[in-house]
Design a protein around this ligand. Structure first.
Ligand SMILES: *Cc1c(COP(=O)(O)O)cnc(C)c1O
Length: 409
């Protein structure tokens, strides 16, 4: 598939050595895990440009995922804002309602090539767990999902979806009992079972995962760049995506990185404030550190330990971020902003009402930034990655409305 062919050039120009993006990335893990990770890397390097592999993936993208996803021009919203024209890349229209499947399918095919029989994954809000359970069911592989006990309680419906598709969901019970602990336990389980493949859900973790996830998510901008040109005879002036771990954003940025006139903006979860524990904006507020086997910006407390993080959007509250985004920030090729809960909720309602599209709360962060800057960008075009649909968030919004915490404006 041509999708993947030219992002390796982009990556090579940014990497000084294996798995590093400037000073970020790497593989800070025990030797035992290193051997297992390098086995994954070897397989990835062997197959990433293999014709049969890419044909199989293309077929799944088309017939299982529903790709290519369209680009949609938000005419009503653009008129309402009176500035830039706003376009959406509709990743919400993928099977399961988000971009997660792009990566889960690619990694599943790697696992199959390696002859692995057991898929292990972490999940926070449950979206990656659901995608992993789905691809495991599709290929008849055993699937174990590690999820924080607290998240299992909060995301009952996703836990049920995973179980319906045959996955075993195991509670991570240490620490804050959320995503960070789930990753810790999933990595342990991976090292302890030689038949297992670790299917990581975002552009984070030790080498080779940030590169693998970039590779499979780059299908987003491979399609989008061409679609946008066909539609408007131009490139967008600005591309915006939300950043949790950074996978939809790196996928959305990938094929635009070489277009120096296209501004790339990542919207991080600004939560309810700038103090420790009030947000999960690792690039905006974090410091360089090592977590989960890689170096990047991490939200730290006063003692330099990993800080508790918060966002209204469960899919964005991870205390670190893709090392490639850290590098794009350092070299000034992309910029990153913190978008608050309040701004995201406002954008959630604005898009629902103006265009009849209910966005995921994660995606609403990206949209909120576009809404903020559009009035001062008359004559320009902004392309927003709508990473997922908001059906999963309606219960949460409903509860907040009932408690008068928010208003449907
Ligand atoms: C998981 C998720 C995200 C955040 O993950 P990234 O790796 O930063 O893309 C964003 N949007 C949706 C809809 C998600 O499900």
């Amino acid at each position: 598939m041509s999708t993947q062919s030219n992002n390796s050039n982009i990556q090579n120009s940014q990497e000084n050595s294996l798995g590093f993006y400037g000073s970020h990335g790497g593989q800070f893990v025990p030797d035992e895990m290193k051997a297992r990770l390098n086995e994954v890397a070897d397989c990835f390097n062997k197959y990433k440009n293999d014709k049969n592999f890419l044909a199989e993936l293309d077929d799944l993208y088309k017939h299982f995922c529903g790709r290519p996803t369209p680009i949609f021009y938000c005419e009503n919203l653009s008129k309402q804002l009176g500035g830039a024209d706003i376009y959406l890349k509709r990743e919400d229209l993928n099977h399961l309602g988000a971009h997660k499947l792009n990566n889960a399918l690619g990694q599943l095919l790697l696992a199959k090539r390696m002859g692995k029989t057991h898929i292990i994954a972490e999940t926070g809000a449950g979206q990656h767990g659901v995608a992993t359970a789905a691809v495991s069911a599709l290929y008849g592989l055993k699937c174990t999902i590690y999820m924080g006990e607290e998240d299992i309680r909060r995301q009952e419906l996703n836990v049920l979806r995973m179980r319906m598709m045959g996955a075993e969901v195991i509670a991570a019970t240490s620490g804050q009992k959320t995503l960070k602990e789930a990753v810790d336990e999933a990595l342990d389980a991976f090292v302890n079972d030689p038949e297992s493949f670790y299917l990581l859900g975002s552009a984070v973790g030790p080498y080779p995962y940030p590169e693998i996830v970039h590779h499979f998510q780059s299908v987003i901008s491979f399609e989008a760049r061409e679609q946008f040109q066909t539609m408007t005879n131009s490139l967008p002036d600005m591309v915006v995506a939300c950043v949790g771990g950074g996978s939809n954003a790196i996928g959305m940025f990938s094929h635009f990185i070489k277009d120096k006139d296209v501004a790339l903006v990542g919207a991080e979860p600004g939560g309810i404030g700038n103090e420790i524990g009030e947000h999960a904006a690792s690039l905006v507020h974090g410091k360089e550190s090592i977590l989960h086997g890689f170096k990047s910006y991490v939200c730290l407390d006063e003692k330099g330990e990993v800080a508790p993080v918060y966002s209204i959007s469960a899919g964005l509250d991870y205390p670190s971020v893709s090392p490639e985004h850290a590098h794009l920030k350092d070299i000034g090729r992309a910029s990153y902003v913190a978008v608050t809960d309040e701004e995201a909720i406002k954008a959630f309602f604005i898009l629902s009402k103006s265009q009849g599209i209910i966005p995921a709360l994660e995606s609403a962060h990206a949209l909120a930034h576009a809404i903020k800057v559009a009035p001062n960008m008359k004559g320009k075009k902004i392309l927003v990655c709508l990473s997922g649909r908001g059906d999963k968030d309606v219960d949460q919004i409903s509860a907040m409305l009932k408690e008068n915490k928010i208003q449907m404006s």
